[in-house]
Design a binder for this molecule. Sequence first.
Ligand code: ADP
Ligand code: MG
Length: 423
Amino acid sequence: MSEPAARDEYRPLDAARLRAWLAGLPAREALGGDPGDWRVREIGDGNLNLVFIVEGPAGALCVKQALPYVRVAGPSWPMTPSRAAFEWAYFETVAPYVGAAIPRMHHFDPQSYCIVMECLAEHVILRRGLMQARRFERAAGDVGTYVARACFHTSDLALPVERKMQSVARFAGNHDLVRITVDLVFTDPYREAARNRHTSPQLDDAVQALRADDAVKIAAARLGAKFLTEAQALIHGDLHSGSVMVSVDETRIIDPEFAFYGPIGFDLGAFLANLLLNWYALDGLVPDLEARAAQRLWLTEQMRSFWNSFSDCFLGLWRGTVAVGDAFPASTFADPGAAAALDAQRRAYVEALFADMLGFAACKMIRRIVGFAHVADLESIADPQRRAACERAALALARRLLACPREFRRIDDLIDAVAQARA
Ligand code: ADP
Ligand code: MG
């Protein structure tokens, strides 16, 4: 019989208890041998949770446990471990639509908030790869396709209202994590707040200017309101380059603990923002000018490929599906003239997602430079002058995206603007 990892009380796992618990699960077959032969390592490098790799003679498993507090902050910042149940629920919900783009899920224990999943031993975190100026040709296109599939199939375009509402209700319980996004992405960066930090004093003037820019603050607040109100699809909620694991020919999405029903553009913007932040960080990461220029060109191609894969896949699903969703009901657009009108509307819908993507990308870039959680791409630049120069340029682009959204109609408008955004 399998025992919960903590029988009486919920405690963080250690190697011995993890071994004993796994020994009672069918998933142990993936490991082979006896529990005594298994090697257990805690490898979590994220902000929130414990992550163990367990290796046996036949293979490996990954076990992720949510702690009742934020790992990087310690018990002084409590956080509900029920986020693990939402992570599991997200994987369960999108699995039928995304194939092998997520790790294979083996088991969830609601008492100890533990997920047992496939170990991605051959894969690296995309952010780590990009920081070394490595290229993963499939990654951005695969993530675009992934967002299209996961979001289309969980939206009102594909689901009848009863199923959609049940799913909305299931994920509405994840409000503690939504609270974190509201505070850290849409609120704190635009005001003085204890958890904020930036490269100081080098960026003091830019941060002050940002917090005094009413047009930018209104644009960010409008996106914050959209985040709260637009239950467009089930979104991952934290789809940055640290939530993507890659090998040369595979791309996997991990860590959807922030999942809830929100705007599709939020997932798109999160990924795009992290490609952009990496682009700006390359000034500090790659000293060789030629190598840096080549990597930047490749990155902008990835941005294009990301958007094009998303929009092609999303439109293809919408056009190709015998839609049973209640939004844009197919039965009211049956004659050829109406079908053409519906297709124009589909394109308009995707154009609106493009605008949302850029707006949310801007918010995500800003919060990584002036808010609580920064990105390793920029943080690893030791020289503060150099780091601040990268951050200043990234901030300038983000402010432009928020202040002048009409200048950005197509992905090439963004790519043209990237290089010019030097404050
Ligand atoms: P957190 O929510 O704490 O950020 P993540 O889900 O991002 O946790 O996992 C933290 C780290 O653990 C990842 O950056 C990755 O290095 C590793 N990891 C997560 N899931 C797997 C997996 N299925 N296989 C191998 N390594 C993994
Ligand atoms: Mg996480």
